[in-house]
Design a protein around this ligand. Structure first.
Ligand SMILES: NC(=O)c1ccc[n+]([C@@H]2O[C@H](COP(=O)([O-])OP(=O)(O)OC[C@H]3O[C@@H](n4cnc5c(N)ncnc54)[C@H](O)[C@@H]3O)[C@@H](O)[C@H]2O)c1
Length: 430
């Protein structure tokens, strides 16, 4: 049954259909975003001062001509920790400390930082559930934006992001946090595969096997605060592990095959990580891409797995490829190639949580950050909203197939009106 399923919707009509149905967003005023960037240091604001905001914000300062001038977070302790870190960094670089008027806390912090006149771009590193709202607000305020993946946790959210991308097109740079697409060994591997190094790709394999993600327990927090603090364990706030974390591998498959799956079957569940939250801890999905290219995908997120591994493999008539997060990056067959990388430094796969990798991804973050900054300073703006949404939807396809136990087609998925609503009133955190 899976074999015989044919693609019914082209990439272009998928993008067009979503645009027609998406909710409206404010239009960006032409030229409003350019600010003072042309001659000098870009001014960055960070919305969400957690692990990723700190890591990527620091990366921008170290790898590009950028300084941190504003921070926003729902929680005071997170904002304070971010302020301490970035003021120390600013001092070490000879930049001024962040002005207290540019520190925004609480449920409206996202609107306040978006409205700041002191910024050229905003890094969105809040939990995935908030991304469409936060992205819409930042783009609506005329700021360039780097938004972490996944861009949304449900289909209506992904369509909304595609529409936001259309309003930003040509006026602002909109980057989505798939840094692997800028990792030189991965770029080279995909180039070779697309040039036919193994012949026409017939099938593939992708997986993301990691240990459980530890977070502090917050024993004195209310149930709602606990969920927000540990959003990564919460289906509605994160989108579940396939949308939140495994999406990197699904994005690599889309990138290599230059498209999205047309259907999926799968299963998954909560097998071992049952002590916290409600996320699944394993998925097994078969994605079918155009021309019946089947890609099996597996993931786990439980136990202490020191042998963390996330990878793709592709198979063709003339050979096969292997691409890991660390050191096996090669093509075997008629046109052999090896990236010549060494093993990952560090252990236990903890790098998968911070997003700071060694091995094949060593240069991913610096290259990604430099490319985004260059897109702003050159005026050759990036618009990665549709690509970000396409990968989020692909992960949602696998999630829906696993949740329902049924074959789900791309067309069916796009009709979904299901909203992932955590039902948390964040105004309580004022
Ligand atoms: N590209 C990568 O390799 C990579 C790696 C890790 C995380 N991420 C992504 O980065 C994002 C953040 O992940 P993280 O690990 O930094 O999480 P985190 O929990 O460490 O940080 C999230 C921050 O957002 C704040 N926050 C929560 N709700 C908010 C709201 N409504 N308004 C303002 N602030 C709010 C939290 O207080 C916290 O400081 C996620 O989308 C995640 O998927 C990407």
């Amino acid at each position: 049954m899976v074999d015989n399923f044919t693609e019914k919707i082209s990439r272009r009509s998928f993008l067009g259909a979503a645009a027609a149905t998406a909710a409206g967003v404010m239009l960006v005023k032409p030229g409003a975003a350019r600010g003072a960037q042309a001659s000098s240091t870009l001014r960055m604001g960070i919305l969400g001062c957690g692990g990723r905001g700190t890591a990527v914000g620091t990366g921008f300062v170290n790898n590009t001509n950028t300084r941190v001038v504003a921070l926003a977070d729902l929680f005071a302790d997170q904002l304070e920790a971010g302020c301490k870190h970035f003021n120390e960094l600013n001092q070490s670089k000879g930049f001024e400390a962040i002005d207290s008027s540019q520190l925004f806390r609480g449920p409206k912090a996202y609107q306040q930082i978006a409205a700041s006149k002191e910024l050229d771009f905003i890094l969105i590193t809040t939990p995935p559930y908030f991304h469409p709202l936060h992205l819409e607000t930042v783009v609506g305020a005329g700021k360039h934006v780097y938004c972490e993946k996944p861009v949304a946790v449900d289909v209506p959210g992904a369509k909304r992001v595609m529409h936001i991308g259309e309003t930003a097109q040509g006026k602002l740079s909109l980057e989505v946090g798939f840094q692997i697409r800028k990792a030189p060994p991965h770029v080279e591997l995909v180039r070779r595969l697309q040039a036919g190094a193994i012949g026409k790709i017939g099938s593939g394999l992708g997986y993301y096997y990691c240990g459980h993600i530890d977070r502090p327990e917050w024993p004195n927090a209310s149930p709602e605060e606990k969920r927000l603090r540990n959003w990564v364990w919460d289906r509605k706030l994160s989108g579940d592990i396939i949308v939140e974390q495994n999406i990197h591998i699904i994005d690599m498959i889309n990138w290599t095959l230059n498209g999205h799956p047309v259907s999926a079957v799968g299963s998954g569940g909560r097998k071992q990580r049952t002590d916290a939250g409600d996320c699944s801890d394993n998925f097994n999905v078969v994605f079918v891409y155009p021309e019946h290219v089947q890609v099996s995908f597996g993931s786990t997120q439980f136990g202490n797995n020191p042998a963390f591994d996330a990878a793709t493999r592709f198979f063709g008539p003339n050979g096969s490829s292997e691409a890991h997060y660390d050191h096996r990056m090669s093509i075997a067959g008629a046109e052999p190639w090896d990236a010549g990388l060494g093993p990952t430094q560090g252990s236990g796969g903890q790098f998968s949580i911070s997003g700071t990798f060694k091995g094949s991804l060593d240069q991913a973050e610096p290259e990604k950050q430099k490319a985004f900054v260059e897109s702003i300073t050159s005026g050759q703006f990036h618009d990665q909203a549709a690509q970000g949404a396409e990968s989020a939807l692909s992960a949602m396809l696998g999630r829906t197939a696993a949740y329902t136990g049924k074959l789900v087609t791309w067309d069916e998925l796009l009709k979904s009106k299901e909203v992932f609503d955590p039902k948390i009133d964040i105004s309580k955190f004022a």
